[in-house]
Design a protein around this ligand. Structure first.
Ligand SMILES: [Zn+2]
Length: 158
């Protein structure tokens, strides 16, 4: 960039593009979402080769390239692998969510991969990598990942 643009205020224009669309979720995601919606059960496909269990569900094992045709139940409890906090309201955050919003990468017991979801019912300063969390299902379920409303800390059992 030449010197004549140095110190010039960057111009930013905001706009919106609204493009309605729909697509088929695929048989793997469909099976997963129906289980969430109708049974409040978290299921995941297992590779027939390496036996890894994928959550989010994957149709094909990325290591063996086997089709993942076996399904297993996965716990609704797991461990926070990582997390991030949004302190301002981003476009991708539903309007009914209050900031700060916490996203956690959660490995549910029984799964070999981690699922990204909201952490709630916890203050940002209390979130820790390794903390135990449990899925909270939405009262009204529609067959989407938001059928799990969020994950909350597991209450200690004394
Ligand atoms: Zn595999």
């Amino acid at each position: 960039m030449s010197d004549k643009f140095k110190g010039i205020e960057p111009m930013v224009y905001n706009s919106k593009i609204n493009v309605p669309y729909s697509w088929w979720a695929g048989d793997t995601a469909t099976k997963f979402f129906i289980s969430l919606r109708d049974e409040k059960k978290i299921i995941a496909p297992r590779c027939t080769g390496c036996k890894k269990i994928f959550l989010p569900p994957r149709k094909v094992c990325p290591e063996c390239f086997n089709e993942n045709t076996e399904w297993v139940n996965v716990s609704d409890e797991g461990t926070v692998q990582s997390y991030t906090i949004a302190r301002r309201h981003l476009e991708s955050i539903p309007k009914n969510k209050k900031v700060p919003v916490i996203w956690g990468l959660i490995k549910l017991d029984g799964a070999d991969t981690a699922l990204l979801h909201y952490l709630d019912d916890v203050r940002p300063e209390d979130v820790k990598i390794g903390m135990r969390v449990k899925a909270v299902f939405a009262d009204s379920r529609k067959g989407t990942i938001r059928d799990i409303s969020h994950f909350q800390p597991v209450k200690s059992r004394v």
